[in-house]
Design a protein around this ligand. Structure first.
Ligand code: PRX
Length: 653
């Protein structure tokens, strides 16, 4: 059997009970969406969501201002209501969130308790801080249940949350606060990692040292370490929450009112605030939960992402809760106290669906190849991966050792901008093959196009991964920058003369029509599933006073997928006796500008960068050098061709 036809078929027993049981059912759904696109979506919007006022059937999709589209016009609803209130009749005593702390401490929050917690939180924001519909609230939190309460509390009162990953630095946090013009920050004193406390509130303090629009800071006291309190600005959640009422009427929201912003990196400039709106987002979050993870009423589902990323938004909080599932939230790291931690948790909670990133799988594989066999993992049915390409060896270990050859693997391809999965196997329908995202989900017109012609690329030829019709959970805009929205996503590829959404990823079809994502085509790199723009890292490095020029590229990395390689030209390299010290100093600047996730593994101090005569840096050459590959490109057009050899000598020494 050739590599491309190595197929693994779905588990027949599990398929009997699945929502989508076979490929015929998948194809029927695809066909329905092709034949009656608006009817397809209107059907699901009616079936899946509880509307305060149903949308106008004439306004299912409004493309008149494309690419600014509107879905479900005239509809009124509330996302927190979808995630909580409507489950109370049937599920008030069901676990909504099962939380496990780093140190093994546990909390189970039922739907009724979630209702009360979120309402108190919503009342606090509204009554104590004066947060109103449309206000922006930044959430800078560890993985504790209050992070989910905070998101849902914002949704309940119509405030727009912007969750900032807890690993970002004070500078990065400040940039995001300013860009969103947030008036409130919700944070925690800190949390625990590997049995030790770590702190977040001091980072907020630094972020707010300079002028920002923030008026109030709400602090959840989680680890009770000592922190500074600024009078009149900082308030203890633990105190204020005591007196809040546990009922709070959900704000009536229009389908297209903004729900949240989430900043993500692009190939140029600063991170952009990706905007998602109410109805379309929550609809697809719920539908993909049901289709791709096939979570059943009594199942326990665990996604290991951080709520600071889109995966945490859609597949820890919104998707699972919208469908009334039990979602597990974990504060710690998967390798502490050892690489058996996740499998121990799977055994203990009888987890049925487990969703994680390839980097975590590679680490768990490397550090604890045999660990899964020490635990009872028989509850598992679906294993998911997300965020970066997975390599076949890691995939096979996941399939065979973790999944016991019994579970489906769903390699889910999507992005912050897509809101939910766009290409993924259906666990009990799609025959899968290692490291392949397979087929677009029904309703998603995902196609690999030739950027020149706008035609579908032939089998085996690389093209651009596009979506040719607007779908409900797609990005609605870049906060404060409509031009950037158009340019970033609708500027590169046209099909039949009409701009289509381009993901920024390359992809290839196999003979089955399956899609394999080959990685970014732009200057975005993916380190441990974290998306970073080279421009952003370069801007940070340039803040070092002795840096004249810099170019950053990604280099393949066994565990992280990619690592960061920087080529730096110093202003004064006279004293460059101690490269290690210089490297540390540069990484210190990155740490303070962005955070630890953007630290460079390699820094080469070079006399110059390979540039064309017009001054463009030839990154392809730098990528090849970083990988240790021969240079195949013509270097004669460079301003100074000799620089390539000099760089090679330095890197190879
Ligand atoms: O390059 C693709 C990669 O992650 C990018 C999106 O990153 P972000 O917006 O941070 O969202 C991550 C979680 C959805 C994509 O442009 N990517 C995501 N999923 C996959 C992937 N690459 C390969 N295979 C995947 N399954």
């Amino acid at each position: 059997m050739s590599e491309t036809t190595e197929l693994y078929y779905p588990n027949r027993e599990l398929a009997k009970e699945a929502r989508i049981k076979n490929m015929c059912e998948y194809e029927d759904l695809v066909k329905w969406a092709e034949e009656d696109y608006e009817g397809f979506w209107a059907h699901y919007a009616k079936e899946k969501l509880d509307w305060f006022e149903l949308f106008d059937e004439e306004k299912v999709l409004d493309e008149s201002d494309f690419p600014f589209v509107k879905w479900f016009g005239g509809g009124k609803l509330n996302v927190a209501y979808q995630c909580i209130d409507r489950h109370l009749d049937k599920r008030k005593n069901k676990a909504a969130i099962i939380w496990e702390g780093d140190r093994g401490d546990k909390r189970i929050i039922t739907y009724l308790e979630l209702y009360q917690e979120v309402n108190r939180f919503a009342n606090l924001l509204k009554n104590e801080f004066g947060v109103k519909k449309g206000d922006r609230v930044v959430i800078y939190m560890p993985m504790i249940p209050e992070a989910a309460f905070a998101m849902l509390a914002c949704a309940r009162i119509g405030a727009i949350h912007s969750v900032v990953f807890g690993g970002f630095s004070a500078e990065a946090l400040r940039d995001r606060i300013i860009d969103a013009e947030a008036k409130v920050v919700i944070t925690a004193d800190g949390a625990y990692r590997k049995d030790k406390p770590y702190m977040l509130k001091p980072v907020v303090d630094v972020a707010l040292e300079e002028e920002t629009p923030v008026e109030k800071v709400l602090v959840v006291e989680r680890n009770n370490e000592e922190i500074a309190w600024v009078k009149g600005r900082d308030y203890s959640y633990n105190e204020l929450i005591q007196t809040q009422s546990a009922t709070c009427k959900p704000e009536v929201m229009e389908s297209e009112d903004p729900l949240f912003l989430l900043y993500t990196s692009g190939s140029t400039g600063k991170p952009k605030g990706v905007q998602h709106n109410q109805a379309g987002y929550i609809l697809w979050a719920q539908m993909t939960m049901e289709w791709v993870f096939d979570v059943k009423e009594n199942d326990t589902y665990w996604c290991t992402a951080d709520i600071g990323w889109i995966t945490g938004h859609t597949y820890i909080v919104y998707g699972p809760l919208a469908m009334g599932a039990t979602t597990v939230m974990f504060e710690g790291v998967p390798t502490y106290p050892d690489a058996g931690r996740p499998w121990k948790m799977v055994e203990e909670y009888r987890i049925n669906q487990f969703y994680t990133a390839p980097t975590a799988i590679r680490v768990l594989h490397k550090m604890g190849e045999e660990e899964p066999s020490k635990y009872d993992l028989s509850s598992l049915k679906v294993l998911g991966t997300v965020g970066e390409p997975i390599d076949p060896p890691a995939w096979k270990w996941y399939y065979e050792v973790v999944g016991g050859g019994r579970c489906a693997i769903v390699d889910t391809y999507w992005q912050t901008e897509t809101g939910g999965h766009i290409v993924s196997p259906l666990p009990f329908a799609t025959p899968i093959k290692p490291a392949c995202a397979t087929l677009p989900l029904p309703g998603i017109f995902g196609e690999i196009l030739d950027p020149q012609t706008g035609e579908r690329v032939p089998v085996g030829e690389k093209g651009y991964m596009c979506v040719t019709k607007p779908w409900p959970s797609m990005i609605r805009g870049v906060w404060g920058d409509p031009e950037r929205f158009k340019k970033s996503y609708f500027g590169d590829v046209k099909k039949n003369g009409k701009p289509v959404y381009f993901t920024g990823d390359g992809a290839v079809y196999d003979e089955l029509g399956y899609i394999t994502i080959t990685g970014r085509t732009d200057d975005v790199i993916n380190v441990s599933g974290h998306r970073l723009g080279t421009a952003e890292i370069e801007a940070a490095i340039k803040k070092h006073p002795n840096v004249a020029e810099v170019a950053v590229v990604g280099k393949p990395h066994e565990i992280k997928g990619e690592s960061i390689f920087a080529y730096v030209v110093l202003k004064d390299d006279e004293g460059l006796g101690d490269e290690v010290a210089e490297m540390k100093a540069i990484n210190a600047v990155i740490k303070s500008e962005i955070g630890n996730i953007a630290l460079c593994d390699d820094i080469a101090f070079v006399p110059g960068l390979p540039k064309t005569r017009s001054g463009k840096i030839m990154r392809r050459i730098l990528r090849a050098i970083a990988k240790g590959e021969p240079i195949t490109q013509d270097t004669s057009t460079l301003e100074d061709p000799s620089v390539v050899e000099k760089i090679q000598t330095i890197v190879n020494k």
